[in-house]
Write a protein that binds this ligand. Structure first.
Ligand SMILES: C[S@@+](CC[C@H](N)C(=O)[O-])C[C@H]1O[C@@H](n2cnc3c(N)ncnc32)[C@H](O)[C@@H]1O
Length: 242
């Protein structure tokens, strides 16, 4: 996926930090409402360019981790006051605990159930008793729909526009595809890049079982974000570590 490698520096023009205020507020309220005791230290797995963290850091001390050095570099520039570490959410072990663990859309890049279970185990391993893990998948098998979307942003010296086309080549497996067409403009010159992302898609029951098997007490709640239709069916998965 070139987006998280040689194109990482273009991330803020694909997805701008200011668009994450509502999502971050929902995440913060859900974490604070579910945890036992005060929440100060929060670990994010798969922080990407740190867009959520740019809002969450006003309320929590954020430790930000991601597989991609380029994306961590983007996040470091946006969130210099936060701790950053390279790490795969399936295997990362800091050897210390946090009050909460947050995993946003990066979880969609886990394409096998065993990887999803490994990430949930990572969250469990990094929580104190009474701490919570909040996972915010884009979709489950029940909510996913084929879509086409477009967008992009301008910087003074360059700009990006994209078309994202989401489809499911094999409805019997646990993956879908998002094909991106990027147009990248620097000054008067443009170039086109095609990027293909394979995402995981699991039934809701797989999510529930994975949290319960990991030792969490799970609560799910509707994810009511103003940009989703009310019947989108998206859910927040909040695991309490006993
Ligand atoms: C869409 S971006 C996340 C954006 C983020 N929600 C934000 O607020 O900026 C997805 C990220 O998931 C990361 N990722 C994918 N698989 C991962 C894994 N196994 N462990 C950690 N990060 C992973 C990618 O490197 C990428 O930075």
């Amino acid at each position: 996926m070139r987006l998280y490698k040689d194109l990482a520096a273009w991330w803020p023009l694909l997805s701008a930090p200011k668009g994450y205020a509502e999502e971050a507020a929902i995440a913060a309220e859900t974490i604070l409402g579910g945890a036992r005791g005060p929440v100060r230290r929060v670990l994010e797995l798969g922080c990407g360019g740190g867009n959520n963290a740019s809002h969450l850091k006003a309320r929590f001390a954020m430790t930000l981790t991601d597989l991609s050095p380029g994306m961590l570099g983007v996040s470091r520039a946006l969130n210099p006051e936060c701790e950053h570490e390279i790490g795969d959410m399936r295997t990362l072990r800091f050897g210390r605990t946090f009050d909460a663990v947050f995993v946003h859309d990066a979880v969609m890049y886990l394409t096998r159930e065993k990887d999803l279970r490994a990430a949930i185990a990572t969250a469990f391993a990094h929580l104190r008793p009474g701490g919570v893990a909040l996972f915010v998948p884009d979709d489950t098998k029940e909510t996913w729909r084929a879509t086409t979307s477009n967008g992009g942003h301008d910087a003074p010296d360059r700009a990006l526009r994209y078309l994202a086309w989401s489809y499911d080549p094999d409805p019997a497996d646990t993956t879908t595809v998002v094909a991106y067409a990027f147009l990248l403009r620097e000054g008067a010159r443009t170039r086109a890049v095609h990027d293909r992302h394979v995402l995981g898609l699991f039934p809701r029951a797989t999510w529930v079982r994975a949290f319960e098997d990991a030792g969490f007490s799970l609560t799910t709640s509707p994810y009511l974000h103003s940009s989703f239709p009310p019947d989108a069916g998206r859910e927040l998965y909040l695991g309490l570590k006993p």
